[in-house]
Design a protein around this ligand. Structure first.
Ligand code: FE
Length: 128
């Protein structure tokens, strides 16, 4: 996806730009979806790529929407994030490369993964 930073700045709100393009993190319990129980598909807020299903969402207590897996394996990509003292695995949209959040190994069965994702990187397309 060939979109310039200038163009992303125009397309996204300031808050979404900071998360998706600058790898920011929204404050815990601040986002739209951490406590959301609605059914549907969470798509990338930048490009609309389907990322996570509400079926794989669980309450992690972290204050961020959390999932055990992406809706399709190839829909997200991973990079090592060495910004903090420990190395974390950063998760991004495979279509637009927008930053989504991080994945940790302390999730529930069946995957034992915890995809810790910013609400601001997501948009819920509700199932009706
Ligand atoms: Fe995207």
């Amino acid at each position: 996806m060939d979109v310039s930073e200038e163009e992303w700045k125009k397309r996204l709100t300031k808050e979404r730009y900071r998360i998706l393009r600058k790898k920011g993190t929204e404050p815990a319990f601040s986002g739209e979806y951490w406590d959301c129980k609605l059914k549907g598909v969470y798509v990338c807020a930048a490009c609309g790529n389907p990322l996570f299903s509400s079926d794989d969402k669980f309450d992690s207590g972290s204050g961020w929407p959390s999932f055990t897996r992406p809706i399709e394996k190839e829909t997200v990509g991973y990079t090592k994030d060495k910004k903090l003292f420990q190395t974390r695995t950063e998760v991004h949209c495979s279509t637009c490369h927008g930053h989504l959040g991080h994945v940790f190994d302390d999730g529930p069965p069946p995957t034992h993964k915890r995809y810790c994702i910013n609400s601001l990187a997501l948009h819920l397309e509700e199932k009706r």
